[in-house]
Write a protein that binds this ligand. Structure first.
Ligand code: 48F
Length: 268
């Protein structure tokens, strides 16, 4: 019998990696929906859109997905989920432990793993180590895609031009920093987001219940072609942070998916 290790010489390993990456990445250059950030809101939006047959990719600047979920509350790996969001976790197989009426505990590692796996199984491509650094615009300054670069390039401070790809809709799921929205405000003169002073005011101090309640109503098309979800939505509307309670993040991701699907359908 042939030695199976004989097939994996250095050149064939390198060729497989480059060719396999190139084929999948080229397929991500024209998307229905591009999502910046692989936290709970971004991954949930991605999964629900891909389930409807839309072509979706998530760009995550870190090498790991999951955003703020891993560390639970102060490194204790548990997150809190409310009744309203329970089904979004149960449908991906997360085990929820009832704590008191309408409130559940979830293992943060299990939640990240299962939400991510379900998104990939639904057809989402997740590109890690890639940072969304800008948007592409078209007529009337409509957001029409994203500009990406390696996060490692930013860390090294190298002057390297980015790549860009087109998307019918872009979702800012970058969490507290609202990176995509900030770029739009900074670069498009007169760009008017939800905030009355046209800026991104950032989140307010903690008020768990108020912050949670604000997440879904603040999940909107904030600029033509750009939807904001998760903590980015609260930061844009100067709403409070909420700590390790996550139901609102998953529900905001679901709302972002509904809005994005409507926008994609309008564009045909
Ligand atoms: O922060 P994050 O988990 O965002 P989220 O979905 O959820 C917020 C909660 O985790 C938590 C909270 C709950 O109480 O307040 O913070 O709103 O995930 C955001 C992801 O976006 C990535 C970042 O590394 C993280 O994984 N990210 C940030 N900037 C960029 C980015 C960027 N420019 N390009 C790509 N990814």
């Amino acid at each position: 019998m042939q030695d199976p290790t004989a097939r994996v010489d250095e050149v064939s390993i390198s060729r497989l990696i480059v060719e396999s990456f190139a084929a999948d990445f080229v397929d991500s250059l024209e998307l229905d929906v591009a999502i910046a950030g692989a936290g709970p809101s971004g991954v949930t939006a991605a999964r629900l859109l891909a389930k409807q047959g839309l072509k979706v990719a998530v760009f995550e600047r870190h090498l790991h997905v999951g955003g703020g979920m891993w560390g639970g509350g102060m490194l204790l790996p548990r997150i809190v989920i409310q009744e309203e969001a329970k089904y979004l976790l149960e449908e991906v197989g997360v085990n929820l432990k009832p704590w008191k009426e309408g409130v559940y505990a979830a293992d943060s590692v299990e939640t990240v793993a299962k939400c991510t796996a379900a998104a990939i199984d639904a057809g989402v491509r997740i590109w890690v180590g890639m940072k969304v650094e800008d948007v592409v615009i078209r007529e009337n300054d409509r957001v029409a895609g994203v500009v990406i670069n390696w996060e490692a390039v930013s860390i090294a401070g190298l002057h390297v031009d980015p790549l860009a790809l087109m998307a019918k809709v872009v979702i800012d799921a970058t969490g507290h920093d609202s990176v995509v929205c900030r770029n739009v405000v900074r670069k498009i003169p007169g760009a008017e987001l939800v905030s009355p002073n046209k800026a991104v005011p950032g989140e307010r101090p903690m008020w768990a219940e108020k912050g949670e309640a604000a997440l879904v109503p603040n999940t909107i098309e904030v600029y033509p072609g750009l939807i904001v979800t998760g903590m980015a939505a609260n930061a844009l509307s100067a709403q409070p942070r909420m700590g390790a309670v996550f139901g609102g993040m998953f529900l905001s991701g679901q709302r972002a998916a509904e809005l994005a699907a409507e926008l994609v359908a309008k564009q045909g």
